[in-house]
Ligand binder design. Structure first.
Ligand code: ADP
Ligand code: MG
Length: 574
């Protein structure tokens, strides 16, 4: 409306910001510069929360985590050329994780296209590989509909990354408001159910199973299927196995959870009900030697193209996890079927669960110094509140931490994911803390990092301190990638010759003071060597909601995973 007699005009920046807000994009992460500073300012004016980050990659990780946690994409705002290129890592990670995110990139002025302009780059073209949708509005009038389409595309069908380009000269260009057609908020994605005959077939396959297993993936988490899934598992009595980010959809301490017998459960299952998880490397492709060669898979996914990847399913149920599980449950309830709790299968799973728990406990209570991974996670798990959000990355840190740190709530675990990306942790933690910060009773965000993983985005500690985000970062520091050297060996090595010739490529600086990175910006840092110091530092951190804390936990650089039955990434017999 215009009360002054002057035309009511809006800029391109305002149109982007207001369209994002209309589409219920509530968070923006980014790094400003020419030509997008005004976009960030307009976003704040429109009521979108803006978090300024230190690297576009971490900004994009953060924006995508908001998408996974809330079901509505976060926005990532970047400058042209290198800014956008840094964000591609985050887009790839989001797209491969099937997480929604909307990246907004400034680009050079339209009049300078192909002239070698400042930071000129074919941005729309390069984003095609990393996204479901990549476009530049052709005019200011087109901005609301392009933003709506981008947001809708990011959450409809299989979720993923989208890109919207804004030419530098469009950011501050103006247009009369009444010339712009506003586009209303796109509704949540339509929910589809599976075909009735396929449901009946699936139930008959399930009932005939001797050694059934339900696998719960992060698609089930994203689908918010936790309530109906709990009913399904409890009424059928079936054992379930969560994938890494499927952890917490049902609590890890649920009596039907077979996570601690993972290898055995996968190997001997004759029927697998696959709920929102892909049969990719994370599930050993669904093939021998990790799976029974005759396993019958009932595959539930909303993406038809996913059906049959690596294993032809016995039954394919196309639809939303929550809706399809409800259908299965209705069909099963008709005749009150229940899987036998005294079966041989439950017996063999329970035996393995107990045996594995014993090994982990023995390693945890070893009492030697420096501590091993199991000791560290044992003490952490005793102190963490059940509702905390656990972010985790690193090789051993993530793998061992996954087995030792329980999740009790859905979408409360964020890790390196399908793409195996290292460097995601701090961005994810910042996103989770920003979302929690809007709640009356925020939950704790705990970011458990390997020392190498921490390094990829370590400067985001400044971001945490700047916004006073009460994240607890725990760096499990073994002086290297996979493993490093102790300080004495490192010293000897430096005498042997030039370190660039003799130092193992996996080694990082022994006992690096990551805790001082946190204190440098005003957060709290703790150097931890013993279980007592670990418990004290973690308790002090949990009691402090005023600032971020970092625990630098120095562990035995030779500490490793317990003996594994199968080497990592096995893919023989193909
Ligand atoms: P995990 O890492 O847990 O194994 P993946 O990311 O491999 O999980 O697989 C998740 C699957 O879930 C994807 O194939 C995706 O298409 C699917 N998916 C995502 N959201 C839903 C939903 N609401 N309903 C059904 N399937 C979904
Ligand atoms: Mg390490």
């Amino acid at each position: 409306r215009d009360f002054s007699g002057v035309m009511d005009e809006v800029t391109g920046a305002q149109l982007i910001a207001e369209s994002l807000k209309t589409q219920k994009v509530e968070f923006m992460f980014g790094i400003v510069g020419v030509p997008v500073i005004e976009v960030a300012m307009a976003a704040q004016a429109a009521g979108v929360k803006y978090v300024g980050m230190r690297n576009e990659q971490a900004a994009c990780y953060a924006a995508s985590a908001v998408g996974y946690i809330t079901g509505r994409p976060g926005a990532c705002l970047v400058v042209s050329g290198p800014g956008l290129i840094h964000a591609l890592g985050g887009m790839a990670n989001a797209n491969i994780n099937c997480w929604p995110v909307i990246v907004i990139g400034g680009s050079s002025d339209r009049s300078q296209e192909t002239t070698g302009a400042f930071q000129e780059f074919p941005q729309v073209e390069s984003c095609h590989l990393y996204s479901k949708f990549s476009a530049r509005p052709s005019s200011l009038e087109a901005i609301p509909s392009v933003i709506e389409k981008a947001v809708r595309t990011s959450i409809y069908g299989r979720p993923g990354a989208v890109y919207v380009d804004i030419a530098g000269d469009m950011v501050n260009a103006k247009i009369e408001r009444n010339k712009v057609r506003l586009v209303p908020c796109c509704p949540p994605p339509p929910v589809s159910s599976a075909a009735g005959d396929a449901i009946e077939k699936a139930v008959s396959v399930l009932k005939a199973a001797k050694t059934p297993l339900v696998i719960i993936g992060k698609g089930a988490a994203y689908s918010r299927a936790e309530d109906v899934l709990r009913q399904f598992v409890e009424e059928t009595g079936l054992p379930f196995l969560p994938t890494p980010m499927g952890k917490g959809v049902l609590p890890d301490d649920h009596p039907n959870c077979a996570a601690a017998a993972r290898s055995r459960a996968l190997l001997h299952a004759d029927v697998v009900l696959l709920l929102g998880a892909r049969l990719n490397w994370m599930l050993h492709f669904g093939l021998p030697p990790r799976f029974n060669p005759h396993v019958k898979v009932i595959q539930v996914d909303l993406c038809a193209e996913e059906m049959g990847n690596n294993v032809t399913p016995r039954v394919a149920l196309l639809g939303d996890i929550g809706a399809v599980v409800a259908q299965l449950l209705t069909c099963i309830r008709n005749d009150g079927w229940r899987y036998l709790s005294n079966s041989e299968w439950w017996g063999t799973l329970k035996e393995k669960i107990a045996a594995n728990a014993k090994i982990s406990k023995a390693l945890a209570l070893k009492g030697t110094l420096p501590m091993n991974y199991y000791t560290v996670f044992h003490h952490i798990s005793q102190l963490l509140p059940h509702d905390c959000i656990i972010v985790s990355e690193g090789a051993n840190t993530m793998d061992i931490g996954r087995t030792m740190l329980n999740n009790y709530l859905p979408r409360h675990r964020l890790d390196a994911g399908t793409f195996g990306t290292m460097g995601v942790g701090l961005g994810f933690a910042i996103a989770a803390a920003a979302v929690e910060g809007t709640k009356i009773k925020p939950q704790r965000v705990v970011c458990v990092e390997g020392d190498s993983a921490f390094g990829f985005s370590g400067m985001e500690v400044e971001t945490m301190c700047r916004y006073n985000l009460p994240v607890i970062v725990i760096v499990v520091n073994n002086n290297g990638i996979y493993s490093g050297l102790d300080p004495e060996t490192w010293k000897e090595m430096s005498k042997m010759g030039n370190l660039t010739s003799v130092a193992p490529p996996v080694a990082l600086l022994p006992e690096a003071r990551y805790d001082e990175v946190m204190t440098a910006f005003g957060g709290r840092g703790f150097l931890v060597r013993t279980p007592e110091e670990l418990r004290d530092a973690l308790q002090l951190s949990l009691d402090d909601w005023e600032r971020p804390c970092l625990l630098n936990v120095l562990i035995d650089p030779s500490s490793d995973r317990k003996q594994q039955e199968f080497p990592w990434l096995t893919r023989s017999n193909l």
